[in-house]
Design a protein around this ligand. Structure first.
Ligand SMILES: C[S@@+](CC[C@H](N)C(=O)[O-])C[C@H]1O[C@@H](n2cnc3c(N)ncnc32)[C@H](O)[C@@H]1O
Length: 236
């Protein structure tokens, strides 16, 4: 294996060798199957690197979000994202819906995270991921159907209280704003609409997982936990 990996530079042998090395150094990491084509998609990789140049850690989540969006393009209603940061996931949402009649609503403090509570653990600090709204507007400037609702969740939800939605992305990392976003948007989701919660199942975001589980505990929708660190429901 060493010969094939290091001298012949055989791709699969290199993968196997990497797996062995990682198993030795960090056994908690589980290598997935070799040769998954989505990891080589040039167009998607280029999109990702516009937003993240240091690592590939959220590549799978972004990819999953993009694929899931295909199933709501024909569902009526607008889209919304709670927790936008640089606009990477909003960019994907806008790209998918741009040929429809939908408006994309953006909710963010643009001052970073609110104060984490005990339930959120100690990974996050107040103010993390603060960003200038002007930068986000620049990134999304090719989409003329975006509405910005700057403020602390749920203050600006009132702006869209009469609207219906086909897709809502909740990505605020903490318990309270995740809970408030789910409570507000659930009744405004159209049938077959999707609510996707980011960070579900991550050690760093116990509050996001708890908010989803609590809200859907007695409801007919199933929380579908995907291995990327996301969970979604399809509105019945
Ligand atoms: C993880 S980032 C969002 C990343 C983005 N969805 C992406 O994938 O590109 C979390 C965002 O949530 C926002 N946020 C967190 N708590 C908030 C709150 N209580 N009210 C409004 N915005 C909040 C932060 O300002 C930050 O931009």
């Amino acid at each position: 294996m060493f010969w094939d990996a290091l001298i012949r530079k055989d791709e699969f042998a290199r993968y196997q060798l990497s797996e062995k090395i990682v198993n030795f150094i960090y056994p908690g990491y589980i290598f997935s199957e070799y040769g998954r084509s989505y990891l080589k998609e040039k167009k998607f990789k280029n999109y990702y690197q516009r937003f993240e140049t240091n690592n590939w850690r959220s590549y799978d989540r972004k990819y999953f979000l993009d694929q899931l969006l295909k199933s709501v393009v024909d569902v009526s209603g607008d889209t919304a994202e709670c927790g936008v940061y640089m606009g990477a996931s909003s960019w994907l949402i806008c790209d998918r819906i741009q040929r429809g009649e939908k408006t994309h609503h953006i909710f963010d403090s643009f001052e970073g995270l609110s104060q984490p509570e005990d339930i959120d653990g100690d990974y996050w600090q107040e103010g993390d991921m603060s960003i200038d709204i002007g930068k986000v507007k620049e990134i999304l400037n090719s989409f003329d159907f975006v509405e910005y609702h700057k403020g602390w969740i749920p203050e600006r939800f009132i702006d869209v209280e009469d609207k219906k939605f086909c897709f809502v992305h909740v990505d605020v990392d903490l318990y309270e704003p995740t809970r408030d976003a789910i409570e507000f948007f659930y009744s405004r989701l159209n049938k077959n609409g999707i609510l996707l919660c980011d960070d579900y199942g991550f050690d760093s975001c116990p509050g996001a997982t708890r908010a989803m589980d609590e809200f859907f505990h007695n409801r007919q929708e199933h929380v579908i936990n995907v291995p990327t660190g996301q969970a979604f429901i399809i509105k019945r």
